[in-house]
Design a protein around this ligand. Structure first.
Ligand code: ADP
Length: 392
């Protein structure tokens, strides 16, 4: 038979164990109280809007959430959560809630809410399944992103407007340059006829006047052709294809053969990559840059070097010369149409070459800029994405 009487020592032992248990429980209770306090602090003073929804109704609502929605916390408790969601976004929010309850977690989805004062706001929300009072519930954290969305919207509209006005400008330039060509051809041919037929038959001033007119008409023809080329860059470009830049360089060199030979220019280059581009436009780009390097030289014969290197996702090309250089204060201006730093008497040209280069580079998703000092030569840099551009 089991001895039912406990010794004094045994009773003291049990008493000690019970005391320890009570101390452990006390510690647990303190921990629980602290966690509760922490939870309430977090929930109610967090700068993120927090709430708990169960069976579609708000159970707990944080201060920031109520502030975003424009209510007092108490007004929201017990209200159906979906009534705050903008009607067009309700289905998406409901579907997300169902998926979340099936175990998928959602972070950062964006939708609109309607506040107490009927203002529509954009929020970004993360929802997590939780247990509340022993049953399944949803913990939501959200942020008011209305300002960001409005800024994005304004930016989108601005980009759209800029795109539209660019297209209009291109169409305008195209129509003007195209339609002016016909009357210009008439002026040109009749002034040339005058020059041929009446040269030396009138006085010397008349000869000069006729020559000025012929010269002016010719200049206008070149300007209009350049403008027409410029306006066609965006719309008449060829689809992008894999292109060896060695070929691009060689074609540009062939086109510049006469100018290079006349000026005894030495043009060298490093390894050039193969990228997806509009080959014809890239030849034009190289031709304009190397052509300028040949043209804007001082007394010594031009030394031009073309190189390319990869840097964080782009190929950076450079065309370096030992020419006259430019004052850095003009570094932006020279890429605008018809902008020149010299008279025609000093250096020939229309001021369209670099504007065309800029447009070609931008069509390929890159940038173009110059590093130069007067008398110390210039280096033109431009970038093309490593993945090549995408045909627009
Ligand atoms: P253009 O060559 O017809 O004058 P561009 O648009 O090609 O027109 O160039 C604009 C201006 O930029 C030039 O008039 C010249 O002043 C300056 N420029 C361009 N390339 C160079 C260069 N390699 N060295 C010095 N100046 C240059």
């Amino acid at each position: 038979m089991r001895d039912i009487y406990k010794t004094k020592e045994q009773l003291l032992d049990e008493l000690e164990t019970s005391r320890q248990r009570i101390a452990e429980l006390d510690a647990l209770e303190t921990e629980l109280k602290e966690s509760n306090k922490l939870f309430r602090m977090l929930f109610f003073s967090s700068p993120i809007g927090m709430y708990i929804v169960q069976d579609g109704y708000f159970q707990i609502v944080g201060h920031q959430f109520a502030r975003i929605a424009g209510y007092d916390e108490d007004e929201l408790i017990g209200k159906p959560s979906l009534t705050f969601v903008f009607p067009e976004d309700r289905n998406a929010v409901r579907e997300n809630a169902v998926k979340m309850l099936k175990g998928e977690s959602f972070s950062g989805y964006e939708y609109r809410i309607i506040t107490k004062l009927a203002v529509i706001k954009w929020v970004m929300e993360t929802v997590t399944p939780v247990s509340y009072q022993g049953r399944r519930a949803t913990l939501g954290n959200l942020m008011d992103i209305t300002e960001r969305r409005q800024a994005e919207e304004t930016l989108k509209q601005m980009v759209g407007e800029i795109g539209r006005s660019n297209t209009e400008l291109e169409q305008f330039a195209y129509v003007v340059s195209h339609d002016l060509q016909e009357p210009l051809r008439m002026v040109s041919s009749y002034t040339q006829l005058l020059a041929r037929r009446y040269h030396d038959k009138l006085d010397t001033s008349a000869n000069d006047f006729i020559n000025y007119a012929v010269d002016g008409a010719e200049r206008m023809r070149v300007l209009l052709n350049n403008l027409l080329d410029y306006s066609r860059l965006g719309t008449h470009g060829k689809p992008f294809k894999l292109t060896d830049f060695e070929d691009v360089f060689n074609q540009a060199m062939t086109n510049l053969k006469v100018a290079i030979e006349e000026s005894e220019a030495l043009v060298t280059h490093d390894y050039l990559p193969t990228l997806i581009v509009d080959e014809g436009q890239l030849v034009q780009l190289f031709q304009n840059l190397i052509g300028n390097a040949v043209k804007f030289c001082n007394q010594e014969s031009p030394r031009i070097h073309v190189s390319a290197e990869t840097k964080s996702g782009v190929w950076v090309f450079s065309v370096r010369d030992n020419g006259i250089g430019i004052d850095p204060q003009h570094a932006q201006r020279i890429f605008e149409i018809f902008k020149r730093l010299h008279t025609r008497e000093e250096y020939s040209g229309t001021g369209m070459g670099l504007a065309i280069c800029k447009k070609i580079v931008e069509r390929h998703g890159g940038n173009i800029w110059i590093y130069s000092q007067p008398g110390e030569g210039s280096t033109f840099y431009f970038t093309i994405p490593v993945t090549g551009g995408k045909s627009p």
